[in-house]
Design a protein around this ligand. Structure first.
Ligand code: ATP
Ligand code: MG
Length: 292
């Protein structure tokens, strides 16, 4: 399949350093009371999977995943390296289509529709479910063109200046770049580049934003800016974020999914419950740093 029209970049360009799990203090100690997250709570499910198995060749990466991801909330996916977090995220907008050896069984629905049905156009799907990667990957174009890129492809060029400004404002980057929109996106700092990639993803007005370790290549200040931004984005969008940083999951997510080795989803619940009183001993051991 050609991916030239995609607004989400090729996952094969992902790279960058990784911040491993931080296990002290116990992440639950920082969980914000859900009443303080000034966010409308709905129980409406936007993405769901049932008995989802994923294989790379003969190797099974995910086993029987059942999950219901709520609309306009932040869902965090945590778990040790290799447990299948990125694989699951890529299933949601069919980025795994780009990996030849990858095979998917079971059901994955976006709203009421199985995204693997033969009549689903993956390019159109990715317009509604955008993605931001670990390593900021602006295109070698101006700041303006980076944000305008997806809209141009869709032929939505009316009021472009306003749309670019709105996306940059939503990504908390406007004030820093409004006087340099015609400079290269590559000249921005790492944290600014990541917010530019977030602006690029939201410019096309998706419903869901998938983020695979979006802050792990950033310094603490830039990380904190991106975390604040993610919390704000959940007022408009459904956010699904993979992170190795358990404090980050505890701080910014409403729901947490814990994947463990072997590609199992072992626990999925309100973030506060998962960190403070998990059902599973294996999850308790993982989040308190006894393994992983
Ligand atoms: N393109 C691929 N081809 C073959 N196997 C793959 C591919 N991508 C992932 N895998 C395998 O699938 C399993 C899950 O990988 P995945 O990248 O989803 O894990 P992860 O939880 O995101 O790990 P990390 O925290 O290190 O990013 C691993 O065993 C991995 O080796
Ligand atoms: Mg990963």
């Amino acid at each position: 399949m050609s991916n030239e029209n995609m607004t989400t970049p090729d996952p094969n360009t992902e790279s960058g350093s990784r911040v491993e799990s931080q296990t002290s203090p116990r992440p639950g100690s920082e969980v914000v009371d859900s009443d303080e997250l000034n966010r409308p709570k709905t129980s409406e499910t936007v993405v769901s999977s049932r008995d989802l198995d994923v294989f790379y060749g003969d190797t099974q990466a995910l086993q029987g995943i059942d999950i219901e991801i709520p609309k306009k909330q932040v869902t965090a996916m945590i778990g040790p390296s290799g447990c299948g977090k990125s694989t699951f995220l890529r299933c949601i907008n069919r980025m795994n289509d780009l990996i030849d050896s990858c095979r998917i069984e079971g059901e994955l629905k976006f709203e009421a529709k199985n995204v693997y049905d033969s009549d689903v156009d993956p390019v159109a799907l990715r317009r509604r479910i955008g993605m931001v990667f670990q390593s900021p990957n602006p295109f070698p174009k101006t700041i303006y063109e980076n944000v305008a890129y997806g809209l141009k492809i869709q032929g939505k060029t009316e009021n472009m200046d306003q749309k670019v400004e709105d996306a940059l404002k939503s990504a908390a980057l406007w004030d820093e770049v409004k006087d340099r929109l015609d400079e290269s996106g590559l000249d921005l700092s790492g944290g600014q580049q990541q917010r530019l990639c977030i602006a690029r993803a939201i410019a096309v007005d998706p419903e869901v934003i998938l983020m695979d370790e979006p802050a792990s290549a950033l310094d603490p200040v830039a990380t904190s800016q991106v975390e604040d931004l993610i919390s704000d984005l959940a007022e408009e969008y459904t956010v699904v974020i993979v992170t190795h940083n358990m404090q980050q999951a505890a701080r910014i997510s409403d729901k947490t999914a814990v994947f463990l080795t072997g590609g199992e989803l072992v626990e999925f619940d309100d973030t506060q419950k998962v960190f403070e009183n998990p059902e599973s001993q294996r999850v308790e051991d993982y989040i308190t740093g006894k393994f992983g």
